[in-house]
Write a protein that binds this ligand. Structure first.
Ligand SMILES: NC(=O)C1=CN([C@@H]2O[C@H](COP(=O)(O)OP(=O)(O)OC[C@H]3O[C@@H](n4cnc5c(N)ncnc54)[C@H](O)[C@@H]3O)[C@@H](O)[C@H]2O)C=CC1
Ligand SMILES: CC(C)CC(=O)C(=O)O
Length: 364
């Protein structure tokens, strides 16, 4: 990968490589765009095949956050961190504290939260070094684990997508294939089960599968079987790029609606599923519940207010589907259009200088 060429093509602002020999920290903070405000996005810890794969993931995820935050109506830009390592083996207190100091060094340009492989406890360690972290323990007045809220948003967004495909937003009796039953999807499955949906689940973690089978009467299949199962809705809730050349020909679902970030391997896969008549709920619109929830901390966290805002995921999915129909484009393009137009409007409206905060000569 030619990094600067890539950064230029997609307009990235900054990439920070963090290395701390003592703790083993190897992290990449990617800040994509701060037009709307400070970059907010989670920290993922994962065992990457290569450093290049980690950089690519950080960059793709950060750009996704710019679009997610813009589409959700938040006054936040997009950024993300990946920490290279096995979250079950390689974590230690010093690592997250060292990482916290790097975040502090960015002086508020980047605010973090949890993502795959990190927990509220990890965020609490980061908080020892910086205030620029959300989703820490509720005891600090914070919002805690964002996953159940993300799940609620995905559930609401799935209903909006179902309405477009089936004429009703009821999920009762619908068969839903869920890939990955981790933090978000476990909570999603609970909502779906309560509404009377039939669940088919898979995960590389057998315990996670067992829990869904026992608690929600889900049918379990092997990880590579999930794409081809007979179902109404496919819910990708593991990692990204699962909508690709290999999986699309297997899909039987009429709707794709799940929590995972970066579900389309390439944009042409979004065109392909559109041509097949599948209603695709764009990933960063449907999975915005978590970031909407943590972003409320910037105003002094209020659960009721945050949950009210999360309800807008339903309307945003409806809006994207409407734009797609009106303009005859796939939903992923409609979502991009919605996000880009907001960023552009805000960029342009800032063209005029108005005094904000300190007087420009105050430091003289
Ligand atoms: N946690 C949150 O609030 C948010 C999460 N997301 C995205 O949602 C997705 C899930 O996030 P979490 O539930 O927090 O992560 P998690 O790590 O708790 O769950 C992911 C699950 O997927 C499983 N998995 C991984 N590869 C798999 C494969 N090839 N086949 C089947 N299962 C596989 C893992 O074993 C794990 O149980 C991620 O893409 C994340 O970036 C997006 C927005 C917010
Ligand atoms: C987990 C969220 C709070 C933020 C994030 O990184 C995301 O939405 O992907």
């Amino acid at each position: 990968m030619e990094i600067f060429k890539y950064l230029e093509t997609y307009d990235y602002e900054q990439v920070v490589f963090c290395q701390d020999k003592q703790s083993g920290l190897k992290a990449i903070i990617a800040i994509h765009d701060t037009t709307l405000g400070p970059a907010l996005g989670g920290t993922r810890m994962w065992t990457y095949e290569s450093e290049e794969a980690a950089i690519e993931d950080a960059l793709r995820l950060a750009r996704g956050m710019t679009y997610k935050n813009a589409a959700a109506g938040l006054n936040l830009g997009g950024g993300k961190t990946v920490i290279i390592g096995d979250p079950r083996r390689d974590k230690n207190e010093e690592m997250f504290r060292a990482f916290g100091r790097y975040i502090q060094g960015l002086n508020g340009r980047y605010i973090t939260a949890e993502d795959v492989g990190t927990t509220v406890a990890d965020m609490d360690l980061i908080h020892e070094e910086t205030d620029y972290v959300t989703g820490i323990s509720p005891a600090f007045g914070s919002s805690g684990n964002p996953s159940p809220v993300t799940a609620y948003g995905v559930y609401r967004g799935m209903k909006a997508a179902a309405k477009a495909a089936f004429g009703t937003d009821s999920l009762e009796g619908k068969t839903i294939a869920v890939q990955g039953v981790g933090n978000v999807a476990y909570n999603l499955c609970r909502h779906l089960h309560e509404e009377g949906a039939q669940l088919i689940v898979t995960d590389i973690n057998k315990e996670a599968v067992q829990r869904a089978v026992e608690e929600f009467g889900a049918k379990a299949v092997e990880p590579n079987e999930i794409y081809g199962v007979e179902c109404d809705i496919y819910a990708p809730c593991a990692l990204g790029a699962t909508i690709n050349d290999d999986t699309i020909p297997q899909l039987k679902a009429k709707v794709i609606a799940g929590a995972a970030n970066n579900q389309l391997k390439e944009t042409r896969h979004g065109d392909q599923i559109h041509e097949m008549g599948i209603v695709y709920a764009p990933d960063y619109v449907i999975n915005a519940g978590g970031v909407i929830n943590v972003a409320d901390e910037l105003y002094g966290y209020n659960r009721e207010r945050a949950m009210k805002k999360v309800e807008t995921v339903y309307n945003n999915i409806e809006k994207v589907i409407e734009i797609a129909k009106r303009d005859g484009i796939p939903t992923y393009k409609a979502a991009d259009r919605m996000a880009e137009e907001r960023i552009e409007r805000m960029r342009n409206s800032r063209g005029q200088f108005l005094q904000n905060g300190h007087h420009i000569l105050s430091r003289r």
